[in-house]
Design a protein around this ligand. Structure first.
Ligand code: NAD
Ligand code: GLY
Length: 361
């Protein structure tokens, strides 16, 4: 097992990464009082809930459960309220802990419940998808969707600890594993060309579920995210780099309707568009662009989106959270392994990059 820390002063917390981790041994010190509410969903509960319930009971905790229906469409205020119902019905106090057991949907909802129940209780993350292990469980962004926008209501709430167990990825559908790999490739493209070379060497084994290599990929990804979050917790600057591919990706997700493509799939094609625009700006060369497309494709991810009318694509991009004073900012590659957030790109070239990476282009 390896342990990484997110260095946030007195809110510093560990990320435990390994296989067959022992929650009883690892989580005890991070759950200060007796009451623990495990929030999970009806897919993950039959797989892993008993193990965590047992471990926490062995630690002398009083454990209650809130099992939500599975799916992004339930990441809303009505289903958030079910967590509050469960906490209140169980008579939980201000020193209780909410433990998220699941992917990013559960982590975001449970985290927001922990941020707001009685103005804030303790929170622990047990991410069970590759995407949540390398991205959503680290850094404290939590929240729910509103009918008018995704993740539009939320709070920053850092966990006490994160436990990322590779053994739990064995039950994950292959498409979800690829979606997680998209975020891993993102860290390589935005900040670490050596990591890109490592991924090029091992991508097939990662797809095959090699737990030692997955642990290494999760460790390297979380190390990047932890460093960025420690420097810029509330996304005043550098943290926006983590959105490489996301502005294009959100447009794809919005056009297709949420859930048609997985978030990681949309980000994958979004990263191709960002790399293509960086190439058109003369910042990366043709080989760099080919390398970007190649690793994404080898990870089982799409490098082109269905045809989307340009006007609509641009309209969706304009709703991005990175729009400041009406001006679109994009995360682009100054070099392979070096991303920047910039307004300094040619809009006509951006349109070409969007159109060139649609199916049938
Ligand atoms: P998800 O939570 O929907 O999980 C994907 C699917 O895998 C679900 O059906 C889930 O039930 C199932 N699943 C989870 N663990 C499993 C396991 N071990 N075995 C079998 N099935 C399992 O999706 P996700 O990709 O983990 O997360 C996406 C969500 O995360 C989105 O809502 C997104 O907005 C959010 N997100 C948040 C942040 C952040 O910083 N807070 C970052 C990225 C994404
Ligand atoms: N997923 C982007 C971030 O945490 O900032």
């Amino acid at each position: 097992m390896q342990t990484l820390y997110v260095e946030l002063g007195d809110r510093r917390y560990p990320i435990f990464i390994g296989s067959q981790l022992d929650p009883e041994q690892l989580l005890g010190t991070y759950i200060p009082a007796k009451q623990v509410m495990i929030v999970t969903n009806d897919t993950v509960a039959p797989l892993y809930l008993a193990r965590y319930t047992q471990a926490l009971q062995q630690l002398g905790k009083t454990v209650a459960h809130c099992i939500l229906p599975d799916g992004e469409k339930y990441k809303n205020i009505e289903h958030l309220n079910l967590i509050f119902d469960a906490l209140l019905s169980a008579g939980f106090n201000r020193d209780c802990t909410v433990l998220a057991l699941g992917g990013g949907v559960i982590g975001d909802m449970a985290g927001f419940a922990a941020a707001s129940f009685q103005r804030g209780v303790y929170f622990v993350q047990v991410p069970t998808t590759l995407l949540s292990q390398v991205d959503s469980s680290v850094g404290g962004k939590t929240g729910i969707n509103h009918p008018l926008g995704k993740n539009m209501i939320g709070a920053f709430k850092q966990p006490q600890a994160v436990l990322a167990d590779m053994a739990q990825l064995s039950t994950l559908p292959p498409r979800e594993l690829s979606a997680g790999l998209a975020e891993i490739i993102k860290y390589a493209l935005l900040g670490d060309v050596d990591f890109l070379a490592w991924l090029e060497q091992h991508i097939e084994q990662l797809l095959a579920g090699d737990e030692a290599l997955l642990a290494e990929a999760v460790y390297r990804s979380c190390a990047h995210k932890a460093r960025i979050v420690a420097n810029d917790e509330k996304e005043q600057g550098e943290r926006a780099l983590l959105n490489l591919g996301h502005t294009f990706g959100h447009a794809i997700e919005s056009f297709l309707g949420y859930g048609v493509w997985l978030h990681g799939e949309a980000v994958a094609t979004g990263m191709v568009m960002a790399a293509d625009l960086s190439y058109r700006m003369g910042w990366i060369d043709a080989d760099d662009l080919a390398r970007t497309k190649n690793i994404i494709q080898r990870a089982g991810l799409p490098i082109a989106c269905p045809q989307i009318p340009l006007e609509q694509f641009l309209e969706y991009m304009a709703h991005d959270k990175k729009v400041l004073n009406g001006q679109l900012r994009l995360v682009l590659l100054k070099r392979l392994g070096q991303a920047v957030i910039t307004r300094d790109f040619d809009v006509e070239q951006m349109k070409h990059a969007i159109l060139a990476n649609q199916q049938g282009a």
